[in-house]
Ligand binder design. Structure first.
Ligand code: ATP
Ligand code: MG
Length: 869
């Protein structure tokens, strides 16, 4: 039996032998494409090639790509774990032709690999071809069917509709008709009873699609129409886990050697066994699946968070935690313990997961601990809701939604808990609340992009490393609507504007069309094209345009970018090479740098880092820019690469003396231009990740001035002493002494009252004693306790007015309480007379109010209640 590792290797070797270049998987998290959050297919990293935005270097490529289908057009999350063949993260084995071979070779090679190399039985295979679609004006794919007939009987070739046989990456983007290969893994008896073709694309867990061959010919535009691509391409994707199930003779992806080590580990931790009970099976599958998605996402640089892609990752992890908590009965963090198993199994091919394993496990553990706490408070909240709902009534949809929204309790879980207690949930009400929330968030984020209006081809040339101004012309533009706001995106033939990337913010500046000046408020890159964001368009877009960057702002950003490199270097030098960049923001104002490290920096480490950075600045080291290097050469030079960044074969490296980094950003010409560097804040942002914020150049001066002026003001308040620190600490010491003195005096007052009342009480004997005091609330409390301790039969009602506000206390000895008196009840009864409220325990209670005029009456009333025998 082939192992999964062999299966992956054989695929790559096969396509290598057919002239394909083997490339690495792109990271799971997609940057620079607002239409996509995570890689959902092998073709994503080649989108620019299909659209014709960039030059084709290798016409044939193959790889194994990490994919995640948990959002957008391809979202399988709800199926995962319930079925046995959809995952959140899976590997897609793919081969591509960029304007090279087409349907004939794609079909021939797929068949050859499956039947001659992997030796899958032909009588279990079915294929589908596109039947055409009238509304789109697309014909039936006769060509593909013709090639299939060379290999497979015509009754095994099925025609499929647009839903199954026209592949699209998202709402817009490259697409085309496709041809799928399905396999029937049922037993011989089952196959004899019902022919496999009846079950193709019907959701049967043993008759499943393994490979999809897409023939890319179109681009779906925003208005829904199709436009022919400049060339015809092949894009195929085969589910690695499903292929492995077929080749290992299993009925479920989870029974293959890809998932078994994880399942075994879960069995070991929980003491339960897989296969014994469907609820337990589902929970184990969910966890075995989700740990992969979450771990790889974190290793690729996406930490769980409260927004965007980070939020999606957090929700996947929480889904796993919930299943573990509810169905496997583990009430403590344990999922993080699977990371090591995963790294051992997959780390040979995906080295990033091995290298990041320790970090990943820590992040997951922290998330688990926090979420389990949330679950527990959610359960308490649910208990409260249940208590407050009249018997026989459904639990309100709005409450169930609150549990979902605040505690992450899905409807299923809540209704399950309720059902177990014989209660019912208002499902319609819950759905209404969900709908309302969806509408709220849609209204807030909806983005509609019109199609490009293309004046000339181009829009991807950046000249801003050398120039800050350029006379050029518009390549294309479009209108974008975001909620109520309308703005425009303009691409130029060439541009000095730096598009946001590598942490550095996009440039701002102006586009000057003749007399007209259009302000650019941001610059970003999308699918290779550089977009200038403007609030309006000029009258005439066809005339020449002078593009001018806001130089001062750019220079400030450059100071911070170069300083970020020096900081990165200094942190590794001072703290150790476990320090890795986890996030970075380079703005004109300040820089923010997130990095892996476990503890707060000590004062000494802080200072050493700052000193080292400033030394490198003062040495005025000139920039060495290597604009076009082979990736390997750069790495050999010791250039630092960042996890989760996608690098091409040719890279740019930025060197300042000992610091070398792969970087596409803009930098100072020599470090002296940074001015000075100062850390202004250090904090923790999650388990094992710390954040430093720092300033340079003019901001440094501003910070310095601000601090100096604070100091001057303090000195002024202290009457300009010679040594302000000594003078302030003297002041504080004096204050403490006075504070202690006041405390002593207050205690003495309490003591006096205690003596007075004790004497009076002895006279009265067993009657209620009422006293208006001049004490403060805390003193009254003290006094009341001492009286209670001293007199078993004591009944005291104490009043006071402190800072203009009245208050009262009732203190009862133990025997009085035993006799059935309750101080809290009495206080509640009389406190309205002072327009207040309060409470406490049977032997002592207090109330504060706002109307002193009622105090005597309140005291008398309390005494009255206590006199009744
Ligand atoms: P299905 O109909 O089974 O959901 P699909 O049509 O969404 O599959 P494609 O988008 O064509 O699949 O992806 C190509 C291949 O990737 C599929 O043939 C399948 O083998 C695999 N695949 C797709 N989605 C998943 C998933 N969620 N988990 C594992 N493998 C998958
Ligand atoms: Mg699907």
């Amino acid at each position: 039996m082939l192992t999964s590792k062999e299966i992956r290797r054989i695929f790559l070797e096969f396509f290598q032998s057919k002239g394909h270049k083997i490339v690495a998987s792109a990271p799971l998290v997609v940057k620079n494409d607002p239409t996509l959050m995570f890689t959902n297919a092998g073709m994503n990293q080649f989108k620019d090639l299909f659209l014709g935005n960039v030059e084709i270097k290798y016409p044939r490529i193959a790889n194994s790509q990490k994919c995640l289908r948990v959002s957008g057009k391809h979202n399988d999350l709800e199926e995962v774990g319930i079925d046995t063949y959809h995952h959140t993260m899976f590997e897609m084995l793919g081969n591509w032709s960029f304007g090279d071979y087409f349907k004939k070779e794609a079909i021939e090679w797929a068949w050859e690999l499956l039947t001659s190399v992997y030796k899958l039985p032909m009588d279990r295979l079915y294929v589908t071809v596109f039947a055409g679609d009238e509304s789109e004006g697309l014909p039936y794919d006769e060509e593909a069917e013709g090639y299939w007939r060379n290999f497979i009987a015509s009754d095994r070739i099925l025609r499929g509709s647009k839903k199954d046989n026209f592949w699209e990456m998202g709402d817009t983007g490259p697409c085309g008709p496709c041809s799928e290969i399905h396999i029937d893994l049922r037993s011989d008896e089952e196959r004899a009873a019902k022919p496999g073709w009846e079950l193709v694309n019907q959701g049967h867990p043993q008759v499943i699609e393994i490979w999809n061959l897409v023939f890319m010919e179109f681009n779906r535009k925003a208005d829904g129409t199709l436009e022919k691509l400049p060339a015809r391409h092949v894009d195929t994707g085969m589910g690695f886990e499903r292929l492995t199930m077929a080749l290992q003779g299993k009925q479920s992806n989870y029974d293959t050697d890809i998932f078994q080590p994880l399942i075994k580990k879960i069995e070991l931790i929980t003491g339960l066994s897989y296969g014994s009970d469907e609820k337990i099976n589902i929970a184990m599958r969910v966890i075995a699946d989700h740990i992969r998605a979450v771990s790889f996402a974190i290793a690729d640089g996406q930490l769980p968070s409260n927004t965007g892609a980070g939020y999606v990752i957090r929700r996947i992890l929480r889904r796993a935690i919930r299943y573990g908590y509810s169905y496997l009965g583990v009430k403590t963090a344990f999922i993080h313990a699977l990371v090591k198993t995963l790294a051992d199994e997959m780390g040979d091919y995906y080295t990033e997961i091995r290298e990041a394993a320790g970090f990943v496990a820590r992040v997951i553990r922290e998330e688990e601990v926090t979420f389990i706490r949330t679950i527990e408070s959610g359960l308490n909240r649910l208990e409260e809701v249940v208590q407050n709902t009249p018997k026989g009534q459904k639990i309100a949809g709005q409450k169930i939604f609150e549990l979902y929204d605040t505690y992450g309790f899905p409807y299923d879980l809540t209704s399950l808990i309720l059902r177990e207690r014989g209660l019912e949930a208002d499902e319609d009400g819950f759905k209404r609340e969900m709908q309302k929330q969806k509408e709220r968030s849609r209204a807030a984020t909806e983005l509609t992009t019109s199609d490009w209006i293309e004046l000339q081809t181009g829009g991807d040339v950046f000249i801003g490393y050398d120039a800050l101004e350029s006379l050029t012309s518009v390549a294309r533009f479009r209108k974008v609507k975001s909620g109520e706001k309308i703005f425009y995106q303009i691409a130029l033939i060439e541009t000095p504007f730096y598009p946001e990337g590598g942490g550095q913010v996009g440039d701002t500046g102006v586009l000057i069309f003749g007399e007209e000046v259009i302000e650019v408020y941001d610059t970003k890159k999308e699918n290779g094209i550089i977009l200038h964001f403007t609030k309006n368009l000029p009258e005439d877009l066809t005339q020449p345009v002078l593009a001018r960057v806001d130089t001062r702002r750019r220079r400030n950003a450059e100071r911070n970018h170069s300083a970020t490199h020096l900081l990165h270097f200094a942190l590794r030098k001072v703290l150790g090479t476990h320090v890795e960049q986890k996030g970075s923001l380079v703005s004109p104002d300040y820089l923010r740098f997130d990095f892996s490290h476990y503890a707060r920096l000590s004062d000494e480490e802080f200072q050493n880092v700052e000193d080292l950075v400033n030394e490198l600045i003062l040495e005025n080291i000139p920039l060495k820019e290597h604009r076009d290097l082979e990736l390997e050469t750069a790495l050999k030079m010791g250039a630092m690469a960042i996890f989760g960044e996608k690098y091409g074969e040719r890279v740019r490296a930025i060197q300042f003396g000992p610091s070398t980094e792969l970087c596409g950003g803009t930098h100072v010409k020599s470090t002296g231009a940074i001015g000075l560097f100062k850390i202004i804040q250090e904090s923790a942002i999650s388990a094992g990740v710390r954040r430093i914020e720092a300033v340079t150049g003019q901001r440094f001066l501003a910070e310095y001035r601000r601090n100096l002026s604070t100091l001057e003001k303090l000195k002024g308040l202290l009457k300009n002493p010679k040594d302000p620190v000594a003078s302030l600490s003297n002041l504080l010491e004096e204050k403490n002494k006075l504070h202690k003195l006041v405390e002593q005096m207050e205690q003495a007052e309490v003591e006096q009252y205690f003596k007075l009342l004790s004497a009076e009480y002895a006279d009265k004997n067993e009657e209620v004693l009422v006293k208006r005091t001049t004490l403060k609330p805390a003193q009254v409390k003290d006094l009341a306790f001492r009286l209670k301790q001293r007199f078993e039969n004591g009944k005291f009602v104490l009043g006071y007015v402190s800072e203009g506000k009245p208050g009262l206390a009732v203190s009862l000895g133990d025997a009085v309480v035993r006799a059935g008196y309750n101080a809290a009840q009495i206080v509640r009864e009389v406190s309205p007379l002072i327009k207040g409220g309060g409470g406490g325990q049977p032997h002592f209670a207090m109330a504060g109010g706002s109307d002193s005029s009622g105090l005597d009456e309140a005291l008398q009333k309390a005494a009255g209640i206590l006199s009744v025998i």
